[in-house]
Design a protein around this ligand. Structure first.
Ligand code: F6P
Length: 357
């Protein structure tokens, strides 16, 4: 018999449930008897021994449901080795609970921070298999993470809605898209929504180039401009600052986010009316799109197979249209960013999209 622990950690996303269902269905279809233990609210559940034994029924009807049936939380890797407020050694506590339940493997679903801790647990001798979740699509070792395509759909819908009102009023509209420090979500939603300007963290922008594009569009008879701004977008001036100087700037920062800074600069320099829309966490919410349901199910099935074969220490990822297993030590601590000279960026530029560079 195999005893499997499972947890979802970090910011949630669509298709977490679909992925867990994929793992469990595969295991239940195998020859060996399997018991599943779900840790609640991410690593916290593993640290403090909050878990529930799960049956097949728990995984029934969840393919289409967003969120996570296990709950999630952020447990920063930076402080994972520090004792908690009661002096508890968190890493030792996780090992102890793993041993207490006599687990054969932990299935961990998460993004970047989650993978650092998963790799640490592997180094500490635990059997771990991980699955790549995040709307940011910034995990190293996989071309795609689940949640990403669903979030692209939501962000694109937001831009589509803005398009009609922008056209009526002849305004400049900014839609701020999530993605943390990378621009995958903004780039894809921006292109899908027909944004005229896309600002990404990986391509620092010059506000004068942004304004030039708006003016060009007006000269050519366009009444409005849509700008998709990544929440991590940065100006050329800010990108040139040292870490210390940038930190100082941010301590006196007067804007709720970068989009408002871009809006204020356009307004001030041109007198144009600019509006900002922030879809925020709606991008992580709702039902997974069909692509994500299939993708997460496939990843889950392959994770289940790895466990049945006793192959541990891998993230199940996606490379060149194949599901692959990637050693955890290759994934942990690395960010997958948009390359400024990637073909998708070049193609966007051919379409006339301005990146402010
Ligand atoms: O990593 C997913 C993500 O949604 C990022 O795009 C965003 O920057 C962050 O999480 C928001 O985190 P929180 O939900 O903790 O506010």
């Amino acid at each position: 018999m195999k005893r499997i622990g499972m947890l979802t950690s970090g910011g949630d996303c669509q298709a977490l449930n679909a992925a867990m269902r994929g793992v469990v269905k595969t295991l239940f279809n195998g020859k060996e008897k399997v018991e599943i233990y779900g840790f609640l609210d991410g690593y916290k559940g593993l640290i403090y021994g909050n878990y529930r034994q799960l049956s097949g029924n728990d995984f029934s009807g969840i393919l289409t449901k967003g969120g996570t049936i296990l709950g999630s939380s952020r447990t920063p890797f930076k402080t994972i080795q520090d004792p908690d407020e009661n002096g508890l050694n968190k890493v030792e506590a996780m090992k102890k609970n793993y041993a207490k339940l006599k687990l054969d493997c932990l299935v961990i679903l998460g993004g970047n921070g989650t993978h650092k801790t998963a790799n640490l647990l592997r180094q500490e001798g635990l059997n771990v298999v991980t699955l790549p979740k995040t709307i940011d699509n910034d995990l190293w070792g996989t071309d795609m993470t689940f949640g990403f395509q669903s979030a692209v759909n939501v962000a694109t819908d937001a831009i589509d809605c803005i398009h009609t009102t922008a056209a009526s009023h002849g305004r400049v509209f900014i839609v701020e898209v999530m993605g943390h420090k990378v621009g995958w979500l903004t780039l894809n939603a921006g292109m899908a929504g027909g944004a005229d300007i896309i600002l990404l963290p990986e391509i620092p922008y010059d506000i004068n180039k942004v304004i030039k594009k708006i003016e060009e569009r007006e000269k050519n008879g366009s009444r409005f401009t849509i700008i998709a701004v990544a929440e991590g977008a940065i100006s050329k001036e800010d990108a040139a600052l040292s870490k210390k100087e940038y930190k100082k700037k941010m301590t006196n920062y007067q804007f709720p986010s970068v989009s408002y800074e871009v809006a204020a600069a356009i307004q001030e320099k041109t007198g144009r009316e600019v509006r900002v829309t922030v879809p925020g966490h709606t991008q992580r919410g709702g039902s997974p799109c069909p692509y994500d349901r299939v993708f997460a199910s496939r990843l889950g099935a392959e994770a289940g197979k790895l466990i049945m074969d006793g192959e541990y220490g891998f993230m199940v990822g996606y490379k060149n249209r194949e599901i692959v297993k990637v050693p955890l030590e290759e994934v942990a601590g690395k960010l997958k960013m948009v390359e400024p000279d990637a073909s998708i960026v070049k193609e966007a530029k051919l379409l006339g999209i301005c990146f402010g560079d």
